[in-house]
Design a protein around this ligand. Sequence first.
Ligand SMILES: [Zn+2]
Length: 410
Amino acid sequence: MKKTVLVTVAFLMLLLSCNRQASRVMITDDQSLTTYAAKIGDEEIQSECNESLSYAPYDDQIAFMDERVIRLNFHFLDNEARELNLTPEESRKFVYHLVENANNRLGRNFKMNLPIGNDTPNLNPRYKYIVQATPEGKRGIFHHYDEEHCHFFNKGNRQNNYDRDVIKKYAVQQDSVCNVFIIPQHPDSVASKTYSAHDTGIALGKAIKLGGIWSDRRPAWQYGTLLNHEVGHVLGLSHAWYKNDGCEDTPTHKNCYSKHDLRCNGEISNNMMDYNNSQMAITPCQLGRIHQRISKLRSLQREITVADWCNYKPNDPILISQTLIVPGARDVNRDIIVEAGGILKLQCRLSMAASSSITVNKGGVLVLDQAQLHNACDDLWDGIHVMEGGTVQYIGEVTIEDTYATKMDQ
Ligand SMILES: [Zn+2]
């Protein structure tokens, strides 16, 4: 009897020591998830994946929100006599300074003027523009001398601001680039006393038309906020002075351009999506809407964004040593390591770059709450490494896709 007990104890100890040597398990699909992770709850009603603020670039989310880069190119329309717009040499400098100025203004993001006394944070926007070269390596700046399409009318019987003909004729790389058309206001309009030929723009899907008096050769910085406003539309923002722009942090107001407008009693908006002489403020909700669109698979906003999330950075892991809830969908290009004391809760879609992995170290906890882990780049990632003493828990339906192991099963 005694012997039997001893043998049993010895066997159990052997088992335990074997377990100790098994330093990690891999969770690479839905089946290994149910084997190695603990279900801690059923599906709950959850709408955070669809809320704009879940995508706002708050400081604690920055590791999961790389700066996004939007591709632009520029088309200068002119008459055949080449009288109404910049020369190719001038346009190169103009585009360089315009994009630099617009990026600089985005980066400065002012605190909101309205509502008076607000404490709305002015976050780093986490997006900017580049001028996209063509596949042949040509600069993304084009000139078109075209009598039919070289005039912009934003009202009157020749109004053509909503007309897409010039886009259809000249846009290039439309699948992946926002084409910006620089179109002269008609000289008759400029001369007219009743028609105010001012700088104006319109966003039409992935394209933008900017109307102005380009022949007066005003400096590019004067158009920086106009570009930011129109790209804001392309990225999914509405005018902010209305109630239904989808953001509670952009109050309704009378949309006065400056403090000289007596209707507003000196309370002038400085939001980028209002008409005012600043346009230097973007709210967390507006930024959230932009990043939400970019995070949405197959959205037009995602198509014109450089897919940096596909470029794996192997030597720069995201380290989680405290509690972090990631409330929206994300695309990351780094490994994730949940360290001792760290709790990482993923609630929506997360794309992991090719070859990357999530490691849960001893004392670390990963919670997958109705999450979808995958690779959004038609590639494969390495799955979740659960080290001894690490914990993975899940709630509701979780999917783990596009790992090497799933590929080998096929
Ligand atoms: Zn607008």
